[in-house]
Ligand binder design. Sequence first.
Ligand code: NI
Length: 150
Amino acid sequence: MAIRKIITLGDDRLRKVSREVTDFGPRTQQIIDDMIDTLDDCGNGIGLSAVQVGILRRIFIIDMKDGTGCRVFVNPRIVATEGSAVGEEGCLSIPGRSGYVERPQKVTVEAFDRHGQAFTLTKTGLYGVCICHEYDHLEGVLFIDREVDG
Ligand code: NI
């Protein structure tokens, strides 16, 4: 368990496409544990992708910090979206900046949990936005690439 340094805008790794996770062994478990510790340590953050701690693997975590706990998404795929809405976003890798982004109102994601069990999740509102934002990180995309006028 360790808090890892979050890389920030200007670090080339944020622009890379992350690779699929192919094993759920101790190294992957360690990365996930460290990501959870790192997100816990960021008072205001609700999502973190592995690339943000410098690891180009297709993993992100979301913790709405509302007492419902932290969910781990491994090799996620967004399989359906519905509607669209513009909302304000920030990113732990772009401190001190926020912007307006158009996102689906509803998103369905298929992913594996940290033990390799497949699950499907449909979310609306901020949680859905967070899924899209974190998924973008796995593709090397940042919210500033999608900014629209508020
Ligand atoms: Ni971000």
